[in-house]
Design a protein around this ligand. Structure first.
Ligand SMILES: [Zn+2]
Length: 166
């Protein structure tokens, strides 16, 4: 089922764990609307800028799937408000900087980023335009730190981004 120009619902619901354990992972109407908001507010603009497919590793998670994955019951993945993704060939740091500066979001986390361009992935959520916290965090596998690190690298990347040379 197509939910926006470039995204289908299956990309958000597909889960090896759900398949393996026979866990139902289908959003209700409200959760589906949240996934559509993620597409229109965040994923489509990001895809349009980088001109590359977005690879979603985790989108919607039913409560039982989320529990099976060992994630917190407060995770925004449960309501379809959060997505984890990567873009092949683009550093997650560059993607994170672009998102921070160009989309409206609730929480943006650069997850398991070690400094290697391919390390980790992006977690981003959208609540609503009125309630989004615009919180930016980096998680290195041990602890969460506020904001994206190393301003110099960020600025260089932003310059590259605006020229679309990456
Ligand atoms: Zn996530």
């Amino acid at each position: 089922m197509q939910i926006s120009k470039n995204f289908v619902l299956e990309e958000f619901t597909k889960s090896m764990t759900a398949t393996r354990f026979g866990i139902k992972n289908i959003p209700n109407k409200e959760e589906l609307i949240n996934l559509e908001d993620l597409c229109y507010e965040i994923l489509e603009p990001c895809r349009a800028f980088f001109q590359k497919p977005i690879r979603i590793s985790s989108g919607f998670r039913s409560l039982s799937l989320n529990q099976k994955l060992g994630s917190s019951d407060t995770s925004q993945h449960i309501s379809g408000k959060a997505v984890d993704f990567e873009i092949n060939g683009v550093s997650n740091m560059v993607v994170a900087c672009w998102l921070r500066d160009n989309v409206n979001f609730d929480q943006l986390i650069l997850e398991y980023y070690t400094g290697e361009p391919n390390s980790g992935w992006i977690h981003i959520s959208f609540d609503s335009k009125d309630t989004n916290r615009k919180e930016v965090l980096v998680f290195d596998g041990k602890s969460y730190k506020p904001n994206l690190p190393d301003k110099k690298i960020i600025n260089n990347n932003v310059v590259d981004l605006s020229k679309k040379t990456i």
